[in-house]
Design a protein around this ligand. Structure first.
Ligand code: SF4
Ligand code: SF4
Length: 366
């Protein structure tokens, strides 16, 4: 147990660039918790036939597969479906962040990223020496998240034709995918519990286990981030080769060795910038010697992208979904029937007419 390193790490959380990052991370965590509470109340009200409050559309951030399917439907059919529109809006916002600011979503916004950082703290509390995996084992494990990403991309962009897309998007399963997601965690099965516990344990033993080896969302953002104009640049003339940047990089990137960090693993955490004793040697910037983006400006750009994206979606009517409370009440009563399941994206056949809730009274149909 290395108390000195733990104290140093805790102190480091609130100095330099890290204080801006922590404000953004905890700000988004609060938002996620708030959305989770609001959505749980909404579902409870549906289940108990109480008057329902507003459903928070932001909950659709937790439906990335549905969002990818909507993305393909939007690209191929030109239709921005109203089943989970904010899922697609949020995916587009996150992809824009990846394209402009590298993996800023992982390093500044994602609550799992934040949790992983604190699990590293637990690691330091328990172990005096961090486990570092052999380079080839590291590469091999890292390939899993890309294989998972490939599987999802292949299944959606190659495997789903126009008919399957429509069938999935308007299926009973997809209409309540948000409620199913909530139930997945609130009525956790023993298997789910064991898997989650194992992932937490592995993330304590091997820092950032989930983010580095398994998260397909991170893999997607890593691939997109290659094209980002903004990245960490090192001024070689100033560098004294002390290697503190490399020592402190949570993504194990050999920063001291590079002129620019193109790595798909860089999540824009500014840790290397903060660690460098020769100020101005490392910078997050557009050019190698100019266009510096300080952590404060980075935080501001993230907030502007998020606000601009969500407010535009609201203005265009692409934020709230088109599922009425009446329809939700119907679905929630049948949630455990086979119609509300899917097998690798293939949903059971259903009669679309049964789910047309636009007419005043259709209760007799069920
Ligand atoms: S290179 Fe720098 S900004 Fe990127 S992950 Fe490593 S420490 Fe963070
Ligand atoms: S911490 Fe700064 S000075 Fe030291 S090796 Fe890295 S870039 Fe060079």
């Amino acid at each position: 147990m290395n108390i000195g390193r733990i104290l140093e790490a805790l102190k480091g959380q609130f100095v330099g660039s890290q204080k801006y990052r922590k404000v953004v991370q905890f700000g988004f965590l609060t938002l996620v918790i708030w959305i989770g509470i609001e959505f749980s109340i909404f579902v409870r009200q549906l289940e108990t036939d109480m008057p329902a409050s507003a459903r928070p559309p932001g909950v659709e951030a937790f439906l990335p597969i549905s969002a990818l399917i909507s993305l393909k439907y939007w690209i191929t059919a030109g239709i921005f479906n109203r089943i989970h529109p904010s899922a697609l809006v949020i995916l587009l916002i996150i992809l824009s962040i990846g394209l402009l600011l590298k993996k800023g979503f992982c390093g500044w916004i994602c609550p799992i990223g934040l949790l992983s950082e604190y699990l590293v703290g637990v690691n330091r509390f328990i172990f005096t020496k961090q486990i570092s995996l052999n380079r080839w084992i590291d590469y091999l494990l890292m390939s899993f998240k890309y294989l998972l990403l490939l599987f999802f991309m292949w299944s959606i962009f190659i495997g789903m034709d126009a008919n399957l897309l429509v069938l999935f998007i308007y299926s009973p399963y997809n209409r309540v995918a948000d409620i199913k997601m909530l139930k997945f965690f609130s009525n956790m099965s023993q298997t789910t519990f064991i898997v989650l516990a194992a992932l937490i344990l592995l993330s304590v033993i091997v820092p950032y286990f989930w983010c580095r080896y398994l998260c397909p969302y991170g893999a997607l953002l890593g691939a997109v981030s290659i094209f980002s104009p903004v990245k960490i640049h090192r001024n070689i003339d100033n560098c004294i080769d002390c290697r503190r940047c490399t020592r402190d990089c949570p993504s194990s990137i050999a920063v001291h060795d590079k002129k620019s960090i193109i790595s798909t693993e860089c999540h824009s955490c500014y840790q290397c910038v903060d660690s460098c004793p020769k100020k101005g040697t490392l910078s997050m910037s557009v050019l190698s010697k100019g266009g510096i983006i300080s952590a404060r400006i980075y935080a501001l750009i993230l907030a502007v992208i998020f606000l601009a994206g969500t407010l535009s979606a609201r203005g265009l009517g692409l934020w709230q979904n088109g599922i009425s409370v009446r329809e939700y009440r119907f679905h929630i009563k049948h949630l455990d029937t086979p119609l509300y399941y899917h097998n690798r994206g293939k949903v059971p056949h259903y009669d679309p007419g049964r789910f047309d809730f636009t007419k005043p009274d259709k209760s007799s149909r069920y």
